[in-house]
Write a protein that binds this ligand. Sequence first.
Ligand code: GLA
Length: 385
Amino acid sequence: MSIPTRESIITQFRSTYGSPPSVVARAPGRVEFIGNHTDYNGGAVLGAAIDRYVWVAAATNPSGRLRLFSAGGQSVLELPADPGTRITGSDSWANYPLGVWRSLKDFGLRQPAGFDLFVESNLPAGAGLSSSAALELATALALLHLVDQADLPADRLAALGRHAENKYVGVPCGILDQGTSAFGRAGHLVHIDCRGPSFSRVPFPANAHLWIFNTREKHALIDGLYATRNKECLDAAKALGVAFLADLTPAQLPPLDKKLPPAQAKRAKHIIEEHARVHDTAEALQRGDLAMVGRLLTASHRSSQHLFENSTPALDQLVDLLEKHPAVLGARLTGGGFGGAVMALTKDSFTEKDAAGIARAYSAKHGREPEMIHLQAADGAKIET
Ligand code: GLA
């Protein structure tokens, strides 16, 4: 697929709706560098916005209807201004733009009365690379532009996207995805202290690379496993008498965990140690200690595998293969888990040929090749001018 451009999006918008859009916005996907499920537990996380995007073009629609079209789709989806219920079935992707539109009102912002929207993406959906947050943020920027409010600060933009996902899509996610997509910068990781939340940036090491190996296994947070983990963590925090699990240090947990059912005790141990690993990773990045960063990434995966239990045999096998490769610093599942992709941090010497070797060894066992992507840390959501 050729990479969409502002011009190609405008052309497609025009052929869909008969006139040009007023705005084209673009928001990146993200990798979760480290900090697995720490965000809604009051912890820290490091993410990177990536050079794969969702584009949204929009124009006001004077009839007050909401019209949506996704490139590659069959037909324009036309909705009344307030369909009332959540959309199910093949059109359920419409809950994201619709949720954003509704959230504008919840945030005291102006809403366009009606709009035409065109969506295109080169971000693999369901890989755990946050196509949902990218769609939310690109939609939010485009709709805000239509009502002259596109100067909304990045932290509000991220909060708006998260609100849409929590309230109107129904996933109790934290701020990682929307925060990283909003605050991304080329050559940088985004550090989020999710309690505030507060956002900062850490330079991505010049001599390291990000690779994604997408298992193409189904990864759908809305299916309920994500919500189950979320509830286990919040219940554990309550039983331990803290607001968030990240309030505890690894040294404080051992006597307390006897108060928890075994599954919750494992989830709590993962979150508390993972929060500490994010801190250690940020420090190791600052010192330029890439070997330590790599070890922390792989340790994070093993904790997801054995304690948080949100990995799969396919993800584990990819990490096993990558861990043995001399040019791989570390590897871990990225995002919600239960399918999706593994992220690897590699040395300069890791080549396409090495990636293909990993893919071959993986497919010998799983029967299908993973999708491989060499990614760059990219800029955050913006209006395309
Ligand atoms: C998904 C959620 C995020 C975060 C990660 C796991 O990507 O949307 O908020 O919880 O899973 O770290």
